[in-house]
Write a protein that binds this ligand. Structure first.
Ligand SMILES: [Zn+2]
Ligand SMILES: [Zn+2]
Length: 98
């Protein structure tokens, strides 16, 4: 899969995508769209590698299955996929609060 930043084939780990896909299968099985808990309501974005040229993390959308550069904003726990506009939670390591 091509890096969304530098277009190299080396930045993205296919094994990370496979692992993430299997986690998401479980998530969607138990997803609760009515939940007040953000992390039950929306899937967490996948961290599937880091760009070798820029050091930016590469995230992955479970809906459209496309990679995109990390794009979290301070104090926000959710983002929108730049491809399909679905709401996604950001990974735990990037959260500044819960
Ligand atoms: Zn790259
Ligand atoms: Zn998407």
């Amino acid at each position: 899969m091509e890096c969304p930043i530098c277009k190299s084939e080396k930045c993205i780990k296919m094994s990370a995508i496979e692992l993430y896909e299997s986690l998401m299968e479980l998530f969607f099985k138990y997803q609760d769209p009515e939940s007040d808990i953000t992390f039950k309501k929306y899937p967490t974005v996948g961290e599937i590698g880091a760009c070798e040229k820029t050091g930016k993390k590469i995230w992955y959308c479970p809906y459209c299955k496309k990679p995109f550069p990390e794009n979290y904003e301070n104090n926000k726990v959710v983002i929108k996929c730049p491809h399909c506009d679905k709401t996604l939670c950001i990974p735990v390591s990037n959260r500044t609060f819960c």
